[in-house]
Design a protein around this ligand. Structure first.
Ligand code: NDP
Ligand code: 2IT
Length: 458
């Protein structure tokens, strides 16, 4: 989009046509609040794009972009260690393939339903476009709850899930990865079953694989590391650095652990992390090696961390944003940071919020932060390092190559710097200086819309 001043409109000022499209979306997708929320946020950014590209309002392009290309729902039967049979629901929402094969993670969590899958797949479509890599958007998973399940039960579940999903996958068709409840262990079980059913060693069909069997260095670290690289770029705009910054990181899974690690490598002090049962407050700074052992080796809880660490106390679940900090990184789940949390962060002097998770801040929460002048980075920009490194894994698989950790981390840092720059420039072109939400939404949307427009009525 060429630089040109456009009248910036507020989020309450969507024009009639976009409002009609949005109302129709809500009517046709009842009860899918997270999906409505994700679309609404994008719509609130879109006026400058439509000003420049009125053709995007023609031929139903926006309506087509809001309708997933394909939505799969299937039965996943499995037996627990006592032989009792369970039936879960499996999902894969193949949202958009204008830019490349469907790409996005799998989530195993009891809260998973079709609306959650659609919000995540829609976000993923724009996020993947923002990386500038040839990736479509998708999300999948199940309402299976891995908590308290034995490794054998998790394996049987993964095998049953893949027994249906495999027919929809392929390195040029649909390429899943991990998300909440799905890490290297689960991807191993899923890849093993795919290989067995198809009799193909098709490395490029899944990303986030183990480094010894087709996985890329840095893919596990990439989402958390990438979000911190994005934060460092934001601070650098004002000639600031992470050195000495006090940070809060919610969650204690894949994204949170690696965000904490990189923050501390860059001189910050992370004083709290969490899970759904509580918050570990550790004013001395989180001992990352201890946390890693408890979470990754022992599959324990943050309460176990507090038990082993003298300087730490256990605070109630959901209370992390009440603590003092310079920087907050929500890295657990959607809508975990609301307007009350945002107000507390502002009152306690927080100056930057960077989303490692997908849509962790409510719309009202974002409003409070932006109005208070807190620098705010939305997930689709800040956490895109994960899927971008998945694309690097696909490149390596396609060329049967394997890059070093150092080389891959440098590529990730470059990508995050480029995405940061593109968000800033796009926001400026839209007359919305420093608004990373507008920058990310517009830059991602334009790429998908332009490709769909070029391809005719798809
Ligand atoms: P993990 O399963 O490794 O960790 C999830 C963490 O979030 C756990 O600490 C978990 O606590 C907490 N959590 C999850 N659901 C809830 C909930 N409903 N309420 C409170 N806490 C919750 O997942 P990831 O670290 O991979 O994912 C975290 C976020 O990052 C998600 O939003 C995901 O979509 C996003 N993301 C992940 C990417 C990746 O590469 N893995 C890439 C980009 C974004 P508990 O154990 O108590 O459930
Ligand atoms: O939300 C996300 O970007 C992911 N869970 C990672 C997706 C991927 O395909 O690497």
């Amino acid at each position: 989009m060429s630089p040109r001043p456009v009248a910036w409109k507020t989020r309450r000022d969507m024009d009639d046509e976009l409002q009609e499209i949005y109302d129709e979306l809500v009517r046709r997708n009842p009860g899918q609040e997270e999906f409505h929320q994700a679309v609404r946020e994008v719509f609130d950014s879109l006026h400058p794009v439509i000003d420049h590209h009125p053709e995007f309002l023609r031929d139903g392009l926006i309506q087509r972009l809001l309708e997933p290309e394909r939505q799969l729902m299937f039965r996943v039967p499995w037996a627990d260690d006592d032989g009792e049979v369970h039936v879960n629901r499996g999902f894969r929402v193949e949202f958009n393939s204008a830019l490349g094969p469907y790409k996005g993670g799998l989530r195993f969590h009891p809260s998973v339903d079709l609306g959650i899958m659609k919000f995540l797949a829609f976000e993923q479509t724009l996020k993947n476009a923002l990386t500038g890599m040839p990736l479509g958007g998708a999300k999948g998973g199940s309402d299976f709850d891995p908590r308290g399940r034995s490794e054998a039960e998790v394996m049987r579940f993964c095998q049953s899930y893949m027994t249906e999903l495999y027919r929809h996958l392929g390195e040029h068709t649909d390429v899943p990865a991990g998300d909440i409840g799905v890490g290297t262990r689960e991807l191993g079980f899923l890849f093993g079953q795919y290989k067995r059913i198809t009799n193909r060693y098709e490395s490029g069909v899944l990303t986030g694989k183990g480094v010894g069997w087709g996985g890329a260095h840095v893919r596990s670290e990439a989402t958390g590391y990438g979000a911190v690289f994005f934060l460092a770029e934001m601070l650098a705009v004002d000639q600031q650095s992470l050195d000495g910054r006090v940070c809060l990181v919610s969650g204690s899974g894949n994204v949170a652990l690696h965000a904490i690690d990189k923050l501390q490598q860059l001189g910050a002090r992370v004083v709290a992390c969490s899970d759904s049962d509580g918050v570990a407050h550790d004013p001395d700074g989180i001992d990352i090696e201890l946390l890693r052992r408890i979470k990754q080796v022992e599959r324990g809880r943050v309460a176990d961390y507090v038990d082993e660490r003298d300087s730490a106390t256990l605070e109630p679940a959901g209370s992390i944003w009440q603590l003092e900090c310079d920087v907050a990184m929500p890295c657990a789940t959607q809508n975990e940071l609301d307007d009350d949390d945002a107000t507390a962060l502002v009152d306690h002097g927080c100056t930057a919020v960077v989303e490692g998770a997908n849509m962790p801040t409510t719309a009202k929460g974002i409003d409070v932060l932006q109005k208070a002048g807190v620098a705010f980075a939305p997930g689709k920009a800040a956490n895109c390092g994960g899927v971008a490194t998945s694309a690097l894994e696909m490149q390596q698989n396609a060329s049967r190559d394997s890059w070093s950790f150092t080389h891959t981390e440098a590529r990730l840092a470059e990508i995050m710097a480029r995405v940061h720059q593109e968000c800033r420039e796009t926001a400026q072109e839209c007359g919305a200086n420093d608004d990373y939400v507008v920058g990310a939404n517009v830059a991602g949307f334009q790429r998908v819309a332009a490709a769909m427009h070029a391809m005719g009525l798809i």
